[in-house]
Design a binder for this molecule. Structure first.
Ligand code: PMP
Length: 391
């Protein structure tokens, strides 16, 4: 029977990680995998997380099951950061814990499908797993163009998608720090997006996987707030894996905003049923750690400091790249105004291969680079190699 299966293409990024590990050149540069790195090239555990983990070891008195909703203390502690001072939007927002942002996205689209959504409009390029999740649950994906060649967002294309949407359509948007382009909508563009949602009644699903890595925890939800203020209902998929550096602990949350507080019980009975049938319950450790950080003002301050350092470092790398101007045929100037871990360079797959083979610089075949893979010790080499290969 199993011979009926056909092989699936290997995950290109995982293959790149293996190739990088096998490369013995001492000056190799990893711009592939999407994790934050310090100026020394490390991805350390946050100090605030270490302290919360110690507290958890000392104080946790049971590992008995929670429920499909996970650690509600964690889910609720995040809400003021995501939704603002009225964290339940008048009793209309509730959430549950998920295995990472991936679990949250999967739950959001599966629940939307259960509620009758048939098609999801999605900007391209996007995080590749968005399309894979939609395909896996057999929801039709309707692409629109996310960005233009000059490094700005293709707002017209998004507005046309919202305005032309059919009744059972939803639109999936990145809340901030767009993966893979780093190109976010400006506050003015978000206002126009919110207006378009308000006029059409299309259902928004917002994926917020990098809050705090763009301009700040509050700044990175300005767009989300505009949309939520304009629509009666929406879903938010959240990840703490980047902004708390908890990647492998799989920390995420799914939130729904409903028309009335009374609608929440039905929505979450369905969300719980979907979670139960998929992963039953989310892993506890990372969510408990985030709860401990957010419920202790001292640890919260340590975490915010660490997040600010990450953000500032990525801004410095972006500024340095933009300062270089044009490297060969690649215009690096727009990178200064883009956000988060990623940027897309207009390089061909052949040039990506050449960068890897001749210069030991590893990046995704699409031209996506991890900004945090660069630091003052390798950035000049990178600019010189890019100039040599594309010049
Ligand atoms: N959404 C986007 C846009 C992402 O880039 C990612 C992570 N790469 C996720 C969701 C999922 O994050 P997690 O690792 O928490 O599953």
């Amino acid at each position: 029977m199993l011979e009926r299966l056909t092989s699936q293409p290997p995950d290109a990024l995982l293959a790149l990680i293996k190739m990088y590990a096998a490369d013995e050149r001492p000056d190799k540069v990893d711009l592939g995998v999407g994790v934050y790195r310090t100026g020394q090239g490390d991805t350390p555990v946050f100090a605030a997380v270490k302290r919360a983990e110690q507290k958890l070891v000392d104080e946790q008195d049971s590992k008995s099951y929670l429920g499909p909703e996970g650690d509600m203390g964690f889910v609720e502690a995040l809400m003021p950061y995501i939704f603002g001072s009225d964290a339940t939007m008048g009793g209309r927002v509730q959430g549950m814990q998920t295995p990472g942002g991936t679990g949250a996205v999967r739950l959001a689209v599966a629940l939307a499908q259960r509620a009758g959504i048939e098609r999801i409009h999605m900007g391209t390029p996007s995080w590749p797993n968005h399309a894979q999740i939609l395909s896996d649950i057999a929801l039709e994906m309707v692409p629109f163009s996310h960005s233009k060649a000059d490094g700005s967002a293709d707002i017209e294309s998004l507005l046309a998608a919202i305005k032309g949407a059919q009744p059972n359509d939803a639109v999936l948007l990145h809340g901030s720090c767009h993966n893979p382009t780093g190109i976010d909508y400006t506050p003015e563009e978000w206002a126009a997006i919110a207006d378009a949602f308000a006029q059409t009644g299309v259902f928004p699903i917002i994926d917020l996987a990098y809050q705090g890595l763009g301009h700040g925890m509050e700044e990175d939800v300005v767009g989300l707030h505009k949309v939520l203020a304009a629509v009666p209902e929406a879903f938010v998929a959240y990840s703490c894996d980047k902004n708390f550096g908890l990647y492998r602990d799989r920390v995420g949350a799914f939130y729904a905003m409903t028309r009335t507080p009374d609608d929440l019980a039905t929505v979450f009975s369905n969300a719980n049923a979907l979670a139960r049938a998929s992963w039953s319950m989310p892993p506890d450790h990372g969510g408990a750690v985030v709860r401990l950080v957010l419920c202790d003002p001292e640890l919260t301050a340590v975490w915010q400091d660490e997040l600010t350092q990450m953000r500032d470092r990525m801004r410095q790398v972006r500024a340095r790249l933009a300062e270089a101007g044009v490297a060969g045929s690649v215009d690096l100037r727009p990178l200064a105004d883009q956000n988060g871990l990623f940027a897309m360079l207009s390089v061909t797959p052949d040039q990506v291969k050449q960068l890897r083979e001749e210069h030991a610089i590893y990046m995704a075949g699409s031209g996506r680079i991890n900004i945090a893979g660069l630091h003052m010790g390798n950035i000049d080499k990178f600019i010189a190699a890019l100039t040599a290969v594309t010049g």
